[in-house]
Design a protein around this ligand. Structure first.
Ligand SMILES: *[C@@H]1O[C@H](CO)[C@@H](O)[C@H](O)[C@H]1NC(C)=O
Ligand SMILES: *[C@@H]1O[C@H](CO)[C@@H](O)[C@H](O)[C@H]1NC(C)=O
Length: 216
């Protein structure tokens, strides 16, 4: 009898621990972003890491289970780098950080955001290449990375994003050719314009995808 009670107690406390750990881990991930950026307008002032979850923080939206589903920080004068910890927000659907002054690479960990519907990082100064891990975002509908300083080839794997409705990679420094298969077949050259080193659509059957274009 006493053993049963102890066992039940252990199971209960373990559950409690798991719930708390989850809540804190989303707050911790967001707080890592707060630490990494400069915020001259104090838009992140309400981000208090001692609260049990981040659901009362401004610019953060949660679902009924207190999981973060939206981060709305467009046009917020934030500068600095994105942090890999953002990849821990397992329930995130909207990651909107457009029109800031963000620099550095797009963390490959964003490919872990399985529920992401929209990735809005346009109008920043992001550098490096587009991570091929973004091709794991099977729910992605809106991918806007335009007006940054992204370099390298467009990862071919992105063509498997079946739900993609809007793709904007314009105004970057991408090179090579752009894929035209899979979900990319519905996008016009508008999605890719103003990339001086981008050579146009791949020529299926003529040039191998990774052969064309000035990427050296
Ligand atoms: C990007 O950097 C350039 C200087 O390299 C600067 O003039 C421009 O304002 C920056 N843009 C953004 C959106 O931060
Ligand atoms: C995510 O994407 C990368 C690169 O495309 C791939 O190697 C990896 O296996 C993918 N992971 C999952 C869980 O799908």
């Amino acid at each position: 009898m006493i053993f049963h009670l102890v066992a039940i107690f252990l199971i209960l406390t373990e559950d409690l621990f798991v719930v708390t750990a989850n809540a804190n881990s989303e707050g911790d991930a967001l707080y890592a972003l707060r630490r990494a950026v400069k915020d001259p307008n104090n838009v992140l002032r309400s981000w208090d890491p001692t609260l049990v979850d981040p659901c009362t923080w401004f610019h953060v939206t949660c679902d009924d289970h207190n999981r973060v589903t939206r981060l709305d920080l467009g046009h917020a004068k934030l500068s600095g780098r994105l942090v890999p910890e953002l990849g821990r927000l397992q329930h995130l659907q909207f990651l909107e950080l457009y029109k800031n002054e963000l620099v550095g690479p797009i963390p490959k960990e964003l490919g872990n955001l399985k529920n992401l519907v929209s990735l809005g990082l346009y109008h920043n100064n992001l550098t490096g290449s587009i991570p091929s891990t973004l091709s794991n975002l099977s729910n992605l509908k809106f991918l806007r990375l335009n007006s940054n300083k992204l370099t390298g080839r467009i990862p071919r794997e992105l063509t498997k994003l079946a739900d993609l409705k809007i793709l904007d990679l314009s105004n970057n420094d991408l090179c090579g050719t752009f894929p035209t298969s899979g979900s990319f077949s519905k996008f016009s050259e508008q999605s890719f314009k103003n990339n001086p080193r981008l050579e146009g659509p791949e020529l299926m059957g003529f040039v191998r995808y990774d052969n064309g274009g000035r990427c050296k």
